[in-house]
Write a protein that binds this ligand. Sequence first.
Ligand SMILES: C[S@@+](CC[C@H](N)C(=O)[O-])C[C@H]1O[C@@H](n2cnc3c(N)ncnc32)[C@H](O)[C@@H]1O
Length: 250
Amino acid sequence: QAAGTHTPAMLPEIVARLVQPSPDGVVVDATYGRGGHTRGMIAALSARGVCHAFDMDAEAVTDGKALAAEERRFTIHHAPFSRMAATLPHLAETPSGGGGGVAAILFDLGISSPQFDEAHRGFRPEADGPLDLRFDQSRGQTAHEFLSTAPRAEITRVLRSFGETSDGAAAQRVADAIILPRRSRDAPETLPRRSRCVLAAPPPPRQPHFAAAPRQALRVHLNDEFGECSRGLEAARSLLSPGGRIGVIT
Ligand SMILES: C[S@@+](CC[C@H](N)C(=O)[O-])C[C@H]1O[C@@H](n2cnc3c(N)ncnc32)[C@H](O)[C@@H]1O
């Protein structure tokens, strides 16, 4: 779907279960994207309700700032959701364990439609752009930098750990195919192409998921997605009021 025509997943269910029970409360959208869920959640809040949103992506935050300029109940934060309790300390649970001040928190995990659509982000297998794969392009290593410099064993570990395979030999073959052009004179030119080619390759026989999985493995590693999820859920728990709700779309 093109940016701007995206339909947020399960919006009626999210609004019914997360917002309608406490329309006067504080709700948090941990993954703003282009604000599809945020807008739906704000529309279900009363005039006293408040919405905070987070995203690591600068383009998402620019979109959120435009919404915040016209919606006084809304604030966007350019931060990973693992930082939500640190960013909203006045809403975190009291030292006596009285619970926090947030009624509901939504996580819509993964990449947004605009991230997928933009060739320069590297999420789209067939698009000819740099292999980046970061949610936050202002920090950390790009996928191209990682594949150009990481030891073979580290690339293999990432492909094996996050690529939904227990086949270490297959992970090693993909790692070898990716790092092969490092030895060639035109390596800076060919490496992104080569890794893009390998990462987009059709599945080999009897390993139906493996060829699609390396891209996901790199994304999970470069964005520390599993670490973010466990720290984000813990932060969310510390913000929730008694009876509060967490929703996760994955
Ligand atoms: C599936 S999209 C969300 C789409 C959104 N619900 C909407 O309706 O437009 C996921 C978003 O989460 C962001 N994201 C991923 N990991 C994050 C993290 N750890 N902290 C904050 N944002 C994150 C991505 O940059 C992306 O914009």
